[in-house]
Design a protein around this ligand. Structure first.
Ligand SMILES: *Cc1c(COP(=O)(O)O)cnc(C)c1O
Length: 222
């Protein structure tokens, strides 16, 4: 098992351009398996449930150079825990949540790195900003100085073909470029969190900077 993880990580690494960060998504994966991924060189780990993540973080406290990324839908009653336990939040998906996180961040004196989750196509199964709403909210987001906004995150709807998926990723990159060109003082758009096990090859074509890989590293989740 451990050999397999090492092998899988090295195989994926060899396919990624140097500019692309590999995040291991470890939801449902044990802390022992996370440790073997760490030993294979992974330093960035993503989780989508706060309680599950905290348990594993406690078991891995000796690995002090891990960067933890929160990638799940964040409920406001979990926002404080998220700020305490994660350096990055990829899934800031509406203005109300951003405002709540900002207030808490000021109180806790932290400056989380955040990504804004966008929906390029309507998708009832996902949260995220639609483009017009995001554009309208940028002036307010720019005032949330404790949130270090770093870019965009997206998850394409299920059931698209490769051309359509590539289109979503390209559109997301173009949107980031457009926002970056507006020169906001507190919004950076240099990171794109796009690409999962089934579509990361397309995300790479579209210029992603962070791929979030679970299944391809750790096998199917039960
Ligand atoms: C589970 C999950 C992933 C990883 O998905 P795989 O298909 O297993 O690689 C990536 N991003 C998010 C937001 C997830 O919830």
């Amino acid at each position: 098992m451990i050999d397999t993880i090492h092998e899988r990580i090295h195989a994926i690494r060899s396919k990624l351009p140097e500019s692309v960060h590999l995040l291991a998504i470890t939801k449902t994966v044990t802390s022992e398996v996370i440790r073997s991924a760490y030993n294979a060189g992974i330093r960035d780990f993503g989780e989508n449930r706060i309680q599950e993540a905290i348990k594993k973080q406690n078991a891995l406290q000796d690995l002090t150079d891990i960067t933890w990324h929160f990638i799940g839908h964040l409920q406001s009653n979990k926002a404080k825990k998220a700020l305490q336990c994660f350096s990055w939040i990829h899934s800031v998906d509406n203005l109300k949540l951003a405002e709540h996180l900002h207030k808490l961040a000021v109180k806790l004196k932290v400056s989380p790195l955040v990504l804004l989750q966008v929906k390029i196509l309507p998708d009832p199964t996902k949260s995220g900003w639609h483009i017009p709403q995001l554009m309208a909210d940028l002036p307010t987001l720019n005032n949330f100085k404790n949130l270090k906004i770093q870019g965009l995150m997206t998850i394409p709807p299920q059931g698209l073909n490769e051309t359509q998926t590539l289109e979503i990723f390209n559109r997301t990159r173009e949107l980031a470029v457009e926002i970056q060109s507006q020169n906001w003082s507190h919004i950076q758009m240099k990171n794109l969190s796009m690409g999962m096990s089934g579509d990361y090859h397309l995300a790479i074509q579209a210029g992603t900077t962070m791929v979030r890989l679970g299944t391809i590293l750790f096998g199917e989740r039960s």
